[in-house]
Ligand binder design. Structure first.
Ligand SMILES: *[C@@H]1O[C@H](CO)[C@@H](O)[C@H](O)[C@H]1NC(C)=O
Ligand SMILES: *[C@@H]1O[C@H](CO)[C@@H](O)[C@H](O)[C@H]1NC(C)=O
Ligand SMILES: *[C@@H]1O[C@H](CO)[C@@H](O)[C@H](O)[C@H]1NC(C)=O
Length: 426
């Protein structure tokens, strides 16, 4: 199974590398022949602040698969603390609620063949100047946004403008960085498709729900068209008892006790939800954004299931010898990556980009990153330990380092495109 994952990763890199080489060669030639003053004054560059040394550093990394690697000690510790960032919510604020160990904040992701660049908030904000970014998914998606807010907090604090868009400001968040005209939002949609409660006893952590697999959830679809970057994810909600619907009719159910219904796996529901979400984005007339699939983030319950007193008390990462990507985690991962690859192909015809933010194996190695009993959420049952979300600061900060890296590469591609057009015209 492990070999399968590696093969998949290799396939991804192989697909990407030739393109980058192809793009970089003309770029470097163009940079050499176009005098710098000309290209500063006459070209509408994506951002004037890109430097040649930055281009070179990216070029050096072009053959690197940043998603294969290991966690290495980083004694300097995290980018921020719960004192320097005022935006950590209680669900993620493990230090506030007495987590005794601090080692878990002192690791960095080290790709096998290169370095993952540090997150530089000013550069990030320059790249996203005038743009908007949405995290679509469940509370783990929100976890990434909260990390991003803290990574940017040493440079700027945003204004919370959620109330201008919704009355449900617990679940739908919008923040605005005035100086950079940058909007970042979370759109709550744990299944990505339409869902409703179906349990006679009402909603609870494990109650039965209806899932309409071919209908994308209006909660995000109605908001998404003008976003420039969309980071989509989904996960733990697909384990609960679910009745699946297609064309408005029930087709079967997962993990349910309804004896006249066909049993269907959770993988089917997961696959169809991503398929519907990606197809919906392709169909939206005004959507021009770049879509990132942030892949499945595993939970780490030990000593019992989540509802049977399980916890996650480790204080160190795993090595890749200690744990393998396999079983249901592998299946979830492969399922969503297959759907992303299909979307990538369809998107090419429409000029829409779909990219992989491949965090599954990276996070599988971090059983030490969860709040366990040191996170507090208003709505949650406190007897359940949280081995699903991630402490801040913590390993989720790495997702944004990767996002930053990918945005830099996309900007480079777009710069190359403009330079090539310029070269054709002249
Ligand atoms: C930050 O964490 C410390 C423990 O390291 C805790 O005493 C303090 O209350 C926390 N502060 C905030 C604002 O969460
Ligand atoms: C299953 O049985 C219930 C009641 O016995 C009925 O209401 C429902 O329509 C049935 N579902 C299917 C898929 O046959
Ligand atoms: C909290 O969860 C436990 C374990 O699932 C359950 O026994 C208990 O009744 C729940 N308490 C509340 C207030 O929901």
């Amino acid at each position: 199974m492990k070999a399968y994952a590696t093969e998949l990763n290799e396939r991804n890199t192989r697909q990407n590398t030739p393109k980058m080489v192809f793009l970089l060669a003309p770029l470097l030639i163009l940079l050499a022949v176009i005098p710098l003053c000309t290209y500063n004054s006459r070209l509408a560059l994506p951002s004037a602040k890109i430097s040649i040394s930055e281009l070179r550093s990216i070029e050096l990394e072009k053959k690197c698969d940043i998603f294969s690697g290991k966690w290495v000690p980083y004694p300097k510790g995290p980018y921020y603390t719960n004192e320097s960032c005022h935006l950590i919510i209680d669900q993620h604020n493990c230090m506030k609620f007495g987590r005794p160990d601090t080692e878990f904040m002192k690791w960095r992701w080290k790709p096998d063949e290169c370095e993952l660049p540090m997150f530089i908030p000013v550069q990030f904000l320059e790249i996203v100047r005038g743009k908007s970014m949405a995290f679509v998914g469940d509370s783990v998606g929100r976890n990434q946004m909260q990390s991003l807010l803290c990574l940017l907090a040493s440079v700027a604090y945003p204004e919370d403008i959620s109330h201008k868009y919704t009355s449900e400001t617990d679940y739908f968040k919008r923040f605005y960085y005035g100086e950079y005209k940058f909007t970042v939002a979370t759109l709550w949609s744990p299944f990505l498709v339409k869902a409703s409660d179906s349990d006679p006893n009402g909603h609870s952590l494990n109650s039965l729900m209806n899932l309409y697999l071919d209908e994308a959830d209006e909660a995000w679809v109605s908001q998404i068209e003008n976003f420039d970057y969309v980071i989509i994810s989904a996960g733990q909600w697909f384990f609960r008892p679910l009745i699946y619907y297609e064309n408005g009719k029930s087709v079967g159910c997962h993990n349910c006790d309804i004896n006249n219904m066909t049993a269907i796996t959770k993988y089917y529901g997961y696959r169809m939800a991503f398929r519907t979400a990606f197809r919906t984005l392709q169909r939206l007339k005004n959507y021009k954004g770049i879509t990132f699939l942030r892949t499945f983030a595993p939970s780490h319950f030990e000593n019992g299931d989540w509802d049977k007193g399980g916890n996650c008390a480790r204080t160190r990462p795993f090595t890749s010898q200690e744990v393998k990507l396999d079983g249901y985690i592998m299946e979830f991962y492969l399922t969503q990556v297959e759907e992303l690859r299909a979307a990538e192909k369809q998107g090419m015809m429409k000029g829409l980009k779909f990219l992989l933010l491949d965090t599954t194996e990276i996070m599988l190695l971090r059983p030490d990153g969860h709040p366990s009993q040191y996170g507090h959420s208003l709505h949650k049952n406190k007897t359940v330990n949280d081995c699903v979300h991630w402490c801040l600061p913590g390993p989720v900060d790495t997702w944004n380092e990767i996002l930053f890296y990918m945005l830099k590469i996309e900007r480079l591609r777009s710069l190359v495109g403009k330079l090539m057009k310029y070269a054709e015209v002249n």
